[in-house]
Design a protein around this ligand. Structure first.
Ligand SMILES: C[S@@+](CC[C@H](N)C(=O)[O-])C[C@H]1O[C@@H](n2cnc3c(N)ncnc32)[C@H](O)[C@@H]1O
Ligand SMILES: [Zn+2]
Length: 269
């Protein structure tokens, strides 16, 4: 499958050291194997997306297996919906733990992942060298229309219109969102007033919701490193004052529900 040039929308073809389109726009391949398809003029900050510290914390936390049930439930959904010659795209794939896990589960799939964060994509590309990773924005996906049978989107911003554009007409979109009780134990420690996430799956323009599946359990974190990783991989940490950060970082144990929703959508014809 070809990428589409983010500047002129012509196909991008392999060239020594990277990719190029017929109009001469060139995109180098990094030594980790990914391509950077985010044009400088489209960056809204110098280092968009999650920073190195967040990305590393998320990698450590996910690699320790704390969200394994979610990975297993997603793998089951993929088994139900992916044929053998299936193209999968992970939009906002972060450091690639989920992408790589699903690819390991179904190695025959052609797997792509994009994220706007360069440090995230660099880690993802190292974790799964057989998958295709690119730095790109979910608001302007560097792919042609209707090329992916399965699109997954886990906790990352992405406009419905773009997701629908790249999905085949009978494809499946899986969106993972926090359920109402997700990380309540942590939120209660850091917010005066805790807000729960909505019970119902949101509507997505151009899609029909087929199913909301919940993955829920009480979780106990019993080491400081895991608690610190969890805090640092969420936006909470970056909005907290120093005192509250320290309060959580000093905990020896954290009890909290984890609660994910896997929302399955089909494109409307
Ligand atoms: C909470 S993380 C989730 C990462 C991964 N899906 C996971 O669950 O481990 C959100 C991700 O969205 C990415 N992101 C934010 N804005 C984006 C955009 N416009 N296009 C693509 N990715 C974006 C961030 O860099 C970050 O990696
Ligand atoms: Zn071009």
């Amino acid at each position: 499958m070809n990428y589409r040039c983010p500047l002129c929308r012509q196909p991008l073809l392999a060239q020594a050291g990277g990719l190029a389109c017929a109009r001469g726009h060139r995109f180098d391949r990094a030594r980790q194997g990914y391509v950077n398809l985010l044009p400088v003029q489209r960056k809204n900050s110098r280092r968009p997306g999650d920073n190195q510290a967040m990305v590393r914390a998320r990698r450590a936390f996910l690699a320790a297996g704390h969200y394994d049930e979610l990975m297993t439930s997603l793998a089951r959904q993929i088994d139900t919906h992916a044929g053998t010659a299936c193209n999968l795209l992970d939009v906002g794939c972060g450091e690639g733990s989920y992408t790589a896990r699903l690819h390991r589960h179904r190695p025959e799939l052609l797997v792509h992942g994009i994220d706007i964060s360069k440090p995230a994509i660099a880690l993802a590309a190292r974790l799964d060298p057989q998958a295709h990773f690119a730095v790109a924005s979910s608001f302007d996906l560097p792919f042609f229309d209707h090329v992916f049978d399965l699109v997954i989107n886990i906790y990352a911003p992405a406009p419905a219109e773009e997701l629908r554009r790249v999905l085949t007409k009978d494809g499946v979109l899986l969106v993972v969102r926090p359920g109402p009780d997700h990380l309540l134990g942590l939120k209660e420690l850091i917010y005066e007033q805790v807000r729960r996430h909505p019970e119902a799956a949101p509507e997505l323009t151009g899609f029909r919701l087929e199913q909301r599946l919940r993955v829920q359990r009480e979780h106990v974190l019993e080491d400081r490193q895991a608690i610190a990783d969890l805090l640092r991989m969420t936006p909470f940490y970056w909005h907290l004052d120093h005192q509250r950060q320290q309060r959580v970082l000093a905990l020896e144990r954290l009890h909290t529900p984890i609660d994910f929703a896997i929302d399955r959508y089909r494109p409307l014809s």
